[in-house]
Design a protein around this ligand. Structure first.
Ligand SMILES: [Zn+2]
Length: 287
């Protein structure tokens, strides 16, 4: 996975994007690039690369200024009838760090716009402002910003430093991963860690330790990673969200992977980063 712990490679130009003339000049500037995206946030990838195109035609509301990458503007072009291509999930493991940041920003922003067409307060139509980083209600003037749903993801280990992996029924055959779940209203991240793990496998945890975070725009999650030591090892699998869970020593996981019995999450994911760190005996800050 890439590092999400340092500054973003994408300059979102917060101080300039409210200036329509400046945004228009960026659209016309040589070197400006456009990434096509469907309203649901999946991308029309034709190949393994990001499929950037030069800007062409008139700047319109469907063009979202993602920001500047190495000084060059990058816009998303939201196209409802975009010809079918490969999805972001299908290509993300092969993207470079800057391309992945751009792709995640495009997917997350496009998915938010498509779900924010009407004001939740008065029901009037909303319209994009500030080159697409915000919407404003045409009725009551309320400002709307992209929403992010926090979810916790936790690497649970036991006193022998074995790692607990679980499997959700909907995953590809053999896929196992660390545990994750959405944060409830009125709940802290740490409380969510305790609750999710107890609900899914019946384990109590010692104090969770923060590892790092990662955007996960499918369509608008933020994965917040923790490590936690289990109090005890007996598992009571809920058989709903999790259908199977197992403790692995490092050698057991290596053998299960070699035998093809277990598959791990996509390498771009924070889950993969956490599992990789544990396998290298350095579970700590991810990134
Ligand atoms: Zn309104």
């Amino acid at each position: 996975m890439i590092s999400w712990c340092g500054p973003s490679l994408l300059d979102r130009a917060e101080d300039r994007r409210g200036d329509d003339d400046w945004v228009a000049s960026q659209w016309r500037a040589p070197g400006t690039r456009v990434i096509a995206v469907t309203p649901d946030g999946s991308l029309g990838w034709a190949g393994d690369g990001p499929g950037f195109q030069p800007a062409s035609g008139e700047l319109s509301e469907r063009h979202l200024l993602l920001g500047l990458l190495e000084g060059r503007a990058v816009f998303a072009d939201v196209l409802p009838d975009l010809a079918a291509g490969r999805t972001l999930r299908a290509v993300m493991d092969g993207l470079s760090e800057p391309d992945l940041e751009v792709a995640f920003a495009a997917a997350g922003l496009a998915a938010w716009h498509s779900r924010a067409a009407f004001c939740g307060s008065c029901g009037s139509a909303t319209a994009p402002v500030r080159a697409g980083l915000e919407r404003r209600c045409t009725g009551c003037g309320r400002e709307l910003y992209p929403r992010v749903d926090p979810a916790v993801i936790v690497a649970v280990t036991d006193d022998d430093d074995r790692l607990l992996l679980g499997r959700q029924p909907s995953w590809p055959a053999g896929r196992m991963s660390v545990f994750a779940g959405f944060v409830e209203a009125g709940e802290s991240l740490e409380q969510a860690v305790h609750r999710e793990v107890f609900e899914e496998v019946g384990l109590r945890l010692a104090e969770p330790t923060y590892l790092g975070s990662q955007p996960w725009p499918f369509p608008r999650s933020m994965m917040v990673g923790f490590a936690a030591r289990a109090v005890g090892t007996a598992l009571t699998v809920d058989n709903t969200e999790i259908e199977h869970a197992r403790w692995f020593s490092r050698s057991e996981l290596t053998a299960a992977l070699a035998a093809g019995e277990v598959g791990l999450p996509m390498s771009t994911s924070i889950a993969s980063g956490m599992i990789g760190q544990w396998r290298e005996e350095r579970l700590g800050a991810v990134g």
